[in-house]
Write a protein that binds this ligand. Structure first.
Ligand code: SF4
Ligand code: SF4
Length: 135
């Protein structure tokens, strides 16, 4: 059940004040981002539309402490599909910065996630190259 006293209606403006989050308040919760998201297709729990709704409602603590912040692969598919130019992948990056700023995660945790993302991209390049070399 939603605790109305815990909502911070300024949260969406805080997100919008950061580079990359400027268009967050354009969202009209259509769900196109979730429908095309490759992470959502693998994990039903991961839902960009729900995260946007929580931002707009002011559920700051729930958003910034959510494990979902770290599941986005930053592929930008949602950016290409969004009819409102919200740029959800960039909003997600802002949320990660705010989670660090507010002490929900450590700098080391953030760096480790970025390292994992780099390694996965490198792994893809290496595997595709191997595949091509073995044709
Ligand atoms: S971010 Fe864009 S695609 Fe996602 S719910 Fe909002 S308006 Fe729709
Ligand atoms: S950037 Fe993140 S939220 Fe957007 S489609 Fe890719 S994985 Fe999903």
């Amino acid at each position: 059940m939603l605790d109305l006293n815990s909502l911070d209606l300024e949260f969406k403006n805080r997100v919008a004040s950061k580079p990359g989050g400027e268009k967050a308040t354009n969202c009209f919760l259509c769900g196109t981002c979730t429908a095309g998201c490759p992470v959502s297709s693998l994990n039903n729990e991961y839902n960009p539309r729900r995260i946007m709704r929580m931002i707009l409602l002011g559920m700051e603590k729930d958003v910034l402490s959510s494990p979902q912040l770290w599941q986005c692969s930053q592929c930008h598919t949602c950016v290409a599909h969004c009819p409102q130019d919200v740029r959800f992948a960039d909003v997600m990056r802002v949320l990660r910065e705010l989670a660090l700023e507010d002490g929900y995660i450590s700098r080391e945790f953030l760096e480790e996630v970025e390292k994992i993302d780099r390694e996965i991209r490198q792994e893809r390049i290496d595997r595709v190259n191997r595949l091509q070399n073995n044709r």
